[in-house]
Design a protein around this ligand. Structure first.
Ligand SMILES: [Zn+2]
Length: 323
């Protein structure tokens, strides 16, 4: 009897606590397979090259954290909470910087303040986490305050050096960057070595995918897709065009985006678009112009699939009704 009790108490904790000294929970209040996603992991290549912990390219040179991204700029308004990833004490905060898309024109304004509005938490034993790009005016903790894992410390924004809305989580031990997905420091590109993470429940690795899809009556601008305002629902039988678009991340050269629209009388249009280069984020759209007659009334389904080497990475569908 005694033996059984001992086992039950010790086994679930053996891996993480003893080996690494910290357990993290994701720092964002959203569904990582739907309302948000991981845009970039820690760059594990110390040279000019780029590699994430899965030995793929989901990062950029010198990236020192994990980026948990919202699907659109409009979502900043939803006030998505940023959580403390573990118990600790707030070491420093910054707030008051604007949520603006980082580009060459705004670079000077955020120089030496690349993190934007942020929070740094000390967890003891040399462990520190830092949360960047929070929404202006959202930081609700202050220096010296004790926080618990899961406490709200602010909201997701786009301040500092951020080209899209996200929270960047940096994890450091004794001042050195640690990749929470593969904390042992040696990149082996070996599946078995990734079982030991710092997460209490590690987010699944996704090698890219779809951020959003939608319908429009014209080819939408990239600005409107990033903003979250491209998707249209109001179509009539005399709408000029029917366009479906897919907005994707982690794109690799030769990936295929398969887009289609199917209406009440069958297929309207279907096309495979080959991606000509690797890109962190991009969109593609296909559509059909209305000719002489009107669009038949009824339900239209738009479908977008991202394929790599012929295999589906993600597939999404959306609908509009023409009345
Ligand atoms: Zn980042």
């Amino acid at each position: 009897m005694i033996k059984r009790v001992t086992l039950a108490l010790t086994l679930p904790f053996a891996g993480h606590v003893l080996a690494e000294g910290i357990i993290l929970q994701p720092p964002i209040d959203c569904d990582l397979s739907n309302t948000c996603y991981i845009q970039q992991y820690v760059d594990r290549d110390p040279s000019e090259g780029v590699t994430d912990y899965q030995c793929a390219g989901q990062s950029y040179n010198g990236h020192k954290g994990t980026d948990f991204a919202l699907v659109s700029i409009a979502d900043i308004e939803k006030g998505i909470a940023v959580f403390a990833s573990a118990d600790g004490t707030v070491e420093g905060t910054r707030d008051g910087m604007d949520d603006v898309e980082y580009n060459a024109d705004t670079a000077d304004a955020v120089k030496n303040r690349e993190c934007g509005n942020g929070v740094q938490i000390n967890h003891g034993q040399g462990w520190v986490t830092q949360y960047c790009h929070l929404k202006k005016g959202s930081v609700i903790v202050s220096k010296g305050q004790a926080v618990s894992a899961g406490d709200t410390i602010g909201q997701v924004g786009m301040s500092g050096r951020a080209a899209f809305p996200h929270v960047h989580l940096s994890v450091r031990k004794d001042g050195k960057v640690v990749d929470p997905f593969d904390p042992d420091g040696t990149l082996t590109c070996d599946e078995a070595s990734h079982q030991e993470t710092l997460w209490n429940n590690a987010p699944a690795y996704r090698p890219g995918g779809l951020i959003s899809i939608g319908f429009s009556d014209h080819v939408p601008t990239y600005e409107s897709i990033k903003a979250g305002t491209a998707d249209m629902q109001n179509f009539t039988p005399s709408s000029k065009n029917l366009v479906v678009y897919g907005f994707a991340y982690g794109i690799r050269q030769n990936d295929v985006m398969r887009l289609s629209i199917t209406g009440p009388e069958g297929e309207v249009i279907k096309q495979d678009v080959e991606m000509s280069k690797s890109q962190a984020r991009s969109f593609r759209a296909i559509g059909k112009k209305r000719r002489w007659s009107l669009w038949p009334t009824g339900t239209y389904e738009g479908s977008v699939t991202l394929l790599r080497d012929g295999q589906t990475i993600t597939q999404r569908a959306t609908e509009v009704t023409i009345r």
